[in-house]
Design a protein around this ligand. Structure first.
Ligand SMILES: Cc1cc2nc3c(=O)[nH]c(=O)nc-3n(C[C@H](O)[C@H](O)[C@H](O)COP(=O)(O)OP(=O)(O)OC[C@H]3O[C@@H](n4cnc5c(N)ncnc54)[C@H](O)[C@@H]3O)c2cc1C
Length: 427
């Protein structure tokens, strides 16, 4: 069988596209595959936040105490569907093991290593025209349902960020009303983290990465991978709905579907499809003030208490949220869309609401919030790059760089890294 390419990348979400582009530019001949149109998965429907502030893991020491508020009541943001209860309970058990101080700091450091240059990473991957068109640099503004600035500034998330040099500042009510003229601030506390960015159109970002990849000589093919064929410690080929394909190297970047493609073996690689929702509303007038106010240009409005995000995108206003444990094939909960719209109405009561579309998709989540970026221990020519959970838009450029480093070195150093595939097996 002849090799079709040096490298086959499975999955053209943000991780697969960024990785394929980087490898192709470095002189490899890459074939990028996807079962659907490019960017059909989580990379299409996310809230678009990117930046070095993405260092807070989901499981933290007080996690179990927060569970009732996350699952029930006005601000609930986590949903467990009855059919998914056994899997969710198994997941909860592993997540609770991660909810300790040492693990939280380990996850924070791993996320920091991946995200601290997220903005520079995107600039490097995209050309100047695409960067300006697709990313909106500015500050991530967070709303906290609290009346005490001191309580907010000493909260765990803000402390974790400060420890890695990501500063948060309190915003005055005057600054907030100048930045968001129609916002009902409701006496809440608002903070800002600077030097972040929002993706203006995730679908266009994905398509641009794919076009850059093709312009660099790469090939993209619609192909549903079904199995990676392992022989004598190497992946020999991939089989799927387009026949058998082979290459010298393989990168598995199929998001939440990646674990079903891993070669069978003794590795324990926990990964769950964590469903998130968004609605798109018509942008009848600007929601965020685009010109700097008191040194602040907001690019995204994040609600730290309700876990919702409002992003002004090219195609409208996106309101995103929820972490739902449901089988990926099960239908959406319509009330999630309505709750996102109600949330928007509370924040911007006078803004017209014309719903353009609604969407749900699945984050590829791991118990420690760190992705797997590693060479497979039983298949020397297979590199895995999946499990980016809530942070794939921040982590894609550095993931591509790490995959390229793994390509360049035959050693096994990644086994010690926070992104090791073996980290749950060796326990
Ligand atoms: C509501 C929501 C909001 C979010 N907000 C943010 C945010 O603000 N900032 C942030 O950084 N992250 C955010 N995320 C998370 C982020 O979107 C993900 O971490 C990221 O998109 C994961 O990218 P991926 O390429 O690994 O997976 P995906 O985007 O899911 O891509 C995987 C690709 O693999 C393909 N595939 C699957 N199986 C096969 C197969 N067998 N053969 C071939 N191809 C296959 C799929 O079709 C898909 O195109 C959010 C996610 C959601 C759901």
């Amino acid at each position: 069988m002849s090799h079709m390419a040096d490298c086959i990348v499975i999955g053209s979400g943000v991780i697969g596209c960024a990785t394929a582009l980087r490898l192709q530019r470095e002189g490899h001949s890459v074939l990028l595959l996807d079962a659907e149109r490019p960017g059909a998965g989580a990379s299409f429907g996310n809230a678009g936040m990117a930046g070095p502030n993405a260092v807070v893991p989901m499981a933290t020491p007080g996690f179990w105490r927060q569970l009732p508020a996350l699952l029930f009541g006005d601000r609930k943001s986590v949903i467990v569907r009855p059919h998914a209860l056994p899997a969710a309970l198994r997941w909860l058990r592993i997540s609770l093991k991660m909810a300790n101080e040492a693990q939280m700091l380990h996850s924070r450091d791993g996320l920091h290593a991946l995200h601290h240059q997220a903005i520079e990473g995107w600039r490097e991957l995209l050309d100047e025209e695409a960067w300006t068109r697709l990313l909106r640099p500015g500050s991530t503004v967070s709303r906290h349902q609290s009346t005490s600035a001191e309580a907010v500034m000493t909260s765990l998330a803000i402390r974790l960020r400060a420890q890695v040099g990501v500063a948060t500042r309190i915003l005055s009510p005057a600054t907030i009303s100048r930045c968001f003229t129609e916002l009902d601030a409701d006496g809440s506390i608002f903070t800002a983290v600077d030097h972040t960015a929002a993706v203006r159109d995730p679908a266009a970002l994905l398509e641009t990465l794919r076009q850059h990849f093709i312009a660099a000589g790469g090939r993209w093919q619609r192909y549903r991978a079904e199995r990676l064929v392992l022989n004598d410690g190497l992946i020999h080929s991939v089989t799927g709905d387009g026949g058998r394909l082979s290459a010298q190297h393989y990168v598995l970047a199929a998001g939440h579907a990646s674990s079903s493609l891993l070669p069978a073996g003794n590795l324990h690689v926990p990964l769950i499809a964590e469903r998130g929702y968004h609605i798109m509303l018509e942008r009848s007038r600007p929601l965020f003030n685009d010109s700097p106010q008191d040194g602040l240009t907001p690019c995204v409005l994040h609600d730290a208490s309700h876990k919702c995000v409002i992003t002004e995108m090219s195609g409208g206003i996106r309101v995103s949220g929820f972490a739902e444990y449901a089988h990926p094939g099960s239908p959406a909960r319509r009330d999630c869309y309505d709750r996102l719209e109600r949330y928007f109405r509370q924040r911007f009561p006078r803004y017209p609401r014309v719903r353009l579309s609604q969407w749900y998709g699945h984050r590829p989540s791991t118990p420690d919030s760190l992705p797997y970026i590693d060479r497979h221990p039983a298949a020397a020519n297979l590199i895995c790059a999946f499990g980016h959970g809530h942070y794939g838009m921040s982590g894609a450029p550095a993931t591509a760089r790490r995959v390229s480093d793994l390509f360049a070195s035959a050693d096994d150093s990644a086994a010690q890294s926070p992104f090791s595939l073996r980290r749950f097996t060796d326990e």
